[in-house]
Design a protein around this ligand. Sequence first.
Ligand SMILES: Nc1nc2c(c(=O)[nH]1)N[C@H]1C(S)=C(S)[C@@H](COP(=O)(O)O)O[C@H]1N2
Ligand SMILES: [Mo]
Length: 220
Amino acid sequence: MNKAERIKRMKVPTVDPALAKRLPPGQVLTERFPILHEGEVPVYDMNEWTLRVFGEVDREVTLTYQQIMDMPQSTVTRDIHCVTRWSRFDNAFTGVRFRDFMQAIGVTPKSSYVMLHGDQGYTTNLPLSDLDREDVLLAHSLDGEPLTDKHGWPLRLVVPHLYFWKSVKWLRGFEFIDENKPGFWEQNGFHINGDPFLEERFSGEALPIPEDEWEKKEFD
Ligand SMILES: Nc1nc2c(c(=O)[nH]1)N[C@H]1C(S)=C(S)[C@@H](COP(=O)(O)O)O[C@H]1N2
Ligand SMILES: [Mo]
């Protein structure tokens, strides 16, 4: 078979046109859920677990898991998009809306940027305006089941309108800061904002991420 023949016979991945506009440029739709992170999956003693809100705030607070579970709970169904090119549609995350969380703790920010802290030293930065939206959650469940350890249990951030590296797993802290400072991936070549529909993947030169890298990851 010559090359032209081979290309003609190639199975082109098709996306239902009704769904196509939900798929950002350069993304591939998957129904599986890849697992991606740096470092080890943390092991918790939930009696010791805390979530801290600190930095430029009128008062710092430290919360227990139970205090978060006692807050108003919401379920938000959204598509998610990873910078390594996979997208997964219709993920029903359950948890506390960032807005409801801030209201419940009664903390007033004195600055408009946030550094999010996850366990194992992971950080990512966001303007407060990207957190203060009706679909940003401190999530503990997906599709009606508790998150698995590898997907960020007991608590992960979900910021569905930005690439998924902003959605910190094993979330432990919101640090309010004066200016927008780059977090872990943002210091390592990723874009400071990360809007998938604008393809804000990298801060400069494209990083050498093979297009099929995510296919080789662990899934569940
Ligand atoms: N704590 C922590 N959170 C993290 C990461 C990480 O390395 N550590 N990786 C991010 C990246 S790059 C992605 S794509 C998503 C992956 O989430 P998933 O494993 O549930 O698919 O988590 C994000 N949150
Ligand atoms: Mo990622």
